[in-house]
Design a protein around this ligand. Structure first.
Ligand SMILES: Nc1ncnc2c1ncn2[C@@H]1O[C@H](COP(=O)(O)OP(=O)(O)OP(=O)(O)O)[C@@H](O)[C@H]1O
Length: 608
């Protein structure tokens, strides 16, 4: 558990490092744009936002294409004839169109952004709903932290794409197409020349632009490296000073900053080249096109108004083209994000109900049996975690599982809670095979106290209702009393006492007692207790032991035991080694056998 958290923390840090300070997270791109289509249900399913957004987008494009027509009329009808009233009238129309355009654009912005947020919220909930139902096998094959990255970073990319890039893309693609058609109608010769001239100017800019983008992300990576370096040292400042590493660490940070500076210098060089070539390309292009256009006007193949109209389309077309290139990049990244999210959405949990699930016997007495169970973890198929494991526990019996680290004790619990299914053999409860019932029905028969007493933020009552949502206040208080947790909660706010995130408002021993109460309130026939290894003071130890006693009262109990007091209370001790039962008996008989248990007891329980 702790190992997992540490790994997750590291991954989170690595994620932040990779993400840098660019605002949007930096996640792998896809090579295909096709996955974008998978967003369709999320967009179309919200018709009340989607259709207004699309109509407003089309209206906006139409208005942008109409503005140059108004300008042409001003020039041709007003300016060419020196007709002042026509000029004034023309500009009034122009302003009118601008007002409509402003309203339409603002409304479009509102609906498009809303659409992005709406779809992201829906997608996020769907991905989470799937994640929370997937089985342990899935998580063990996923890099830890990756699931959360998909839920947050990937969905953020999608959100930003739908809310802004997709709208920019559609708007510019439509404006560009519209502008080209209008230009072609106005003067096909000029348009033809532009078709040749524009790529000549754009291609070098595009190449340099790609280089600038690459260098910019390299700079961000280097800055993030430096920041990572700094935070690592500052988080462990006492260690750094205790070992006299201040100068070395400062020098390492300086080197990281220097590398970032060198990367920035390369980026600035490319940017300088880029802006130079943009200015040169753009203005020589404009000069050349203007010269050609004036030739057309002089040859009376075009009016002055049409020239003005043409120029407006050309300018908007060129800028639209530039934006498309940027948006393309965003689309590739979003496509990658969608692929990763849909991978989760398409995943089927490998632990699921059979086609015709049977009902658990009523009542369940709690007779547990492992029948020749062999199992190896999906990520480690060579080594068997359980090897033809046989164990029969009578209803109401308390069995202590002991054994060296890696013997398979926790695996026994994981199999009992059906986080995994065995590769061969069967796990039975009152004779019922775990695979014959729904996982929910099966798990409802177990109370589980993990080694790290993971609690959730919320009140004590919330934390107990987690195990039994219908429990009454009285039942909750009884469970808390039985687990010796009520005494300290009473001095706080009783059931309403806030436990803090992961129960951080409580001490280690108190957390364990609340976790035991949580298992008790479930009132299940089988209790699984994974005893904490961390040392407790004598008083807490006594209280936890008393709580454990109550927890096993009248129920079948399996306890992974680390304390002498616990093994002594058990009806039977089962010693595991290499996924098998190695020895069995009570404390005295096992010690006298002088085997694994005797050795373990000497090491482990000598201080108890
Ligand atoms: N998620 C996992 N993926 C792959 N292998 C695992 C996984 N969890 C445990 N194992 C392996 O399975 C074997 C049994 O592990 P298990 O956690 O059941 O041991 P344990 O007896 O509970 O040990 P400990 O007392 O140290 O907790 C070990 O070899 C371990 O490396």
């Amino acid at each position: 558990m702790t190992e997992h958290q540490t790994q997750a923390d590291q991954d989170r840090k690595a994620g932040t490092r990779r993400g840098g300070s660019a605002g949007l997270p930096d996640r792998p791109k896809s090579k295909k744009l096709r996955p974008l289509l998978q967003l369709w249900p999320y967009v179309a399913g919200r018709g009340a936002i989607f259709w207004p957004a699309l109509l407003l987008l089309l209206a906006g494009v139409g208005i942008t294409l109409y503005l140059p027509v108004v300008l042409r009329d001003i020039v041709d009808n007003g300016l060419a004839n020196n007709d002042i009233p026509a000029i004034n009238q023309g500009f009034m129309t122009f302003i009118g169109v601008v007002i409509v355009m402003t309203l339409v654009t603002s409304a479009r912005f509102y609906f498009m952004s809303l659409l992005g947020e709406r779809a992201a919220a829906d997608l996020r909930s769907d991905v989470y709903k799937k994640l929370i139902n997937l089985s342990s096998g899935y998580y063990s094959s996923l890099r830890s932290g990756e699931a959360v990255s998909r839920l947050t970073a990937d969905v953020t990319l999608i959100e930003s794409f739908l809310g802004s890039s997709a709208s920019i893309f559609l708007r510019n693609a439509l404006s560009l197409t519209g502008a080209l058609i209008m230009m072609f109608i106005l003067n096909w010769r000029l348009t033809g020349v532009m078709f040749v001239a524009v790529p000549l100017v754009m291609i070098p800019m595009f190449i340099i632009g790609t280089r600038v983008r690459k260098l910019s992300s390299a700079v961000q990576d280097r800055i993030a490296d430096a920041a990572g370096e700094a935070s690592e040292s500052l988080e462990a400042i006492e260690l750094v000073q205790a070992y006299g590493q201040e100068a070395t660490r400062a020098e390492r940070f300086r080197m990281a900053c220097e590398t970032a500076f060198q990367a920035a210098r390369r980026r600035i060089g490319a940017q300088t080249l880029m802006s130079g070539s943009v200015i040169f390309g753009l203005f020589t292009g404009i000069a050349f096109m203007s010269w050609l256009a004036i030739q057309e006007v002089l040859a009376e193949r075009m009016t002055s108004g049409e020239l003005a109209q043409f120029s407006m389309y050309a300018l908007s077309g060129v800028s639209g083209f530039g934006m498309l290139a940027d948006v393309f990049n965003a689309a590739m990244r979003t496509s990658g994000a969608i692929q990763r999210c849909s991978e989760i959405l398409n995943e089927e949990p490998d632990i699921r109900a059979p086609e015709n699930p049977r009902a658990m016997p009523s009542p369940v007495t709690g007779a547990v049996q492992f029948d020749q169970v062999s199992f190896s973890y999906p990520t480690d198929t060579n080594a068997a975690a359980l090897d033809k494991f046989d164990l029969k526990i009578k209803s109401g019996e308390t069995v202590a599982l002991v054994g060296p680290s890696g013997a398979g004790k926790s695996t026994v619990f994981r199999m009992l809670l059906r986080f995994y299914d065995p590769q061969s053999g069967a796990i039975l409860l009152d004779g019922m095979d775990a695979r014959a019932v729904t996982p929910q029905d099966w798990r409802a028969q177990f109370g589980y106290v993990p080694q790290e007493a993971a609690l959730f933020s919320g009140s004590a009552a919330d934390n107990l209702k987690f195990a039994s949502p219908k429990a009454t206040d009285e039942e909750i208080i009884n469970a808390l009393k039985a687990s010796e947790a009520w005494r300290f909660l009473e001095t706080k706010k009783g059931l309403q006492a806030e436990l803090g995130g992961r129960g951080k408002n409580l001490s280690g021993g108190e957390r364990q007692r609340v976790a035991i109460a949580r298992a008790l309130v479930r009132d299940a026939p089988v209790m699984l207790l994974d005893e904490a290894t961390s040392a407790l003071d004598a008083e807490n130890e006594r209280l936890v032991q008393a709580a454990l006693d109550k927890a096993s009262d009248g129920r079948t109990t399996l306890v992974i035991a680390h304390r002498l007091a616990t093994v002594r209370r058990a009806d039977r001790i089962v010693v595991m080694d290499k996924g098998r039962v190695a020895e069995e008996g009570d404390h005295e008989s096992l010690v006298s056998q002088g085997g694994i248990y005797a050795h373990l007891a000497e090491l482990q329980f000598s201080g108890s």
